[in-house]
Ligand binder design. Sequence first.
Ligand code: SF4
Ligand code: SF4
Length: 302
Amino acid sequence: MSEAKESPLTKDSDDGSARLQEKILAEYPRLGLDDPFTFGCHPGVSCFNNCCSDVNIFLSPYDVLRLKKRLGITSGEFLDRYALMPVQKDMKTPVVLLRMSADDKRACPFLTEAGCGVYEDRPWPCRMYPLGMAAAKDTPDGWRGERFWFLLREDMCKGFGEATSWTVKEWLEDQGVEPYDDWGDAYKEVTLHKFFEDGGQLSPEKLNMFFTACYDLDKFRSFVFDTTLLQRFEVDDDFIDEMKYDDESLLRFAFLWLRFSLFGEPTMRLRPEAVEEIRGKAAERQRSRGGAAAPSAGEVTP
Ligand code: SF4
Ligand code: SF4
């Protein structure tokens, strides 16, 4: 079992995308960090800007965090203006795509004649191309399998005719991929959780909470600070102060909260009084049902 990431140039349907991923994993030569390739992308190439239209760009929570900060808008405004959130039957985790223009060009909203208008904060897929990344999942610790990379050669892309040579490592450094990968790893601890591998399905309410905590950070901040949530958990005071203003701290908390509340992982510690309260409620339910019931982490709500 492996996981493959898409290219920013992918124009396939979901089915096509799944087939592409299978093909990539089965057939594409695998590259390590020190393996070389030649590529160049600059305003002088004849295809400049051609790849920023009619593409499926999946956004991670960190992509949205960077872009909304860059644009100086709230997460809600970003999602309204720039994102598509397709809802599918039996969906396990939230999906957020960059919304292309509604006209025939279907251009990225951040595309300018001079190139990417949000270059320093462009999403992970835009940084990675022409590389894709995959990670073997069939290891005892799940998704933390060995990573490898591969080249995604799109016919329209003339960048492969350029003479600049790179190693994979050099490309990743040059494109500033590292923080995106670090946040991606933290997100995978939620999205690739064993709960899902074992066939678990979240209720619509929990899926909505998942989406809000990861993608709509400003709304999640209200949830954290305008409810009794923080009174129920032992959270460091300095960290609470940071979360008030710092989106990265809040996103870190969101991942911990989700792992606790969705999967019952011990990523957060309840205050003793909250434990007592939950036990009391469980006992009450128990009495009314006449059966045994133990409190679980997933029962905790603000
Ligand atoms: S974010 Fe920038 S690089 Fe990515 S598709 Fe849009 S314009 Fe192109
Ligand atoms: S060289 Fe490739 S990545 Fe660069 S603009 Fe052309 S198609 Fe896009």
